[in-house]
Design a protein around this ligand. Structure first.
Ligand SMILES: [Zn+2]
Length: 88
């Protein structure tokens, strides 16, 4: 009797590639990866993507966006203050 193959989820692939799975989940994933070229390929693609992102330069903000964020923070803190006053 053949059971359907239970592949690693996208989240498990990403977590395994990032090295953040716990011991039990990592061991289970390693067992599956040893026998599943499809998931092993997904992990290799995930690792390549992480490597490429780590080597990429930080994006710069368009002109004026940083100013708008600072202004938004002032507005949000003002609104928050108003909400706190209403509660008391
Ligand atoms: Zn698989």
């Amino acid at each position: 009797m053949n059971f359907p193959v239970q592949h690693l989820s996208d989240e498990a692939v990403a977590a395994y590639a990032d090295g953040v799975l716990g011991r039990t989940a990592r061991t289970r994933a390693e067992r599956h990866l040893a026998e599943c070229p499809e998931c092993a390929y997904a992990v290799s693609i995930q690792r390549e993507a992480v490597f490429a992102l780590r080597g990429a330069p930080l994006p710069s903000l368009p002109n004026g966006v940083a100013h708008r964020f600072r202004r938004c923070r002032v507005v949000c803190s003002t609104v928050s203050g108003l909400c706190q006053r209403r509660r008391s």
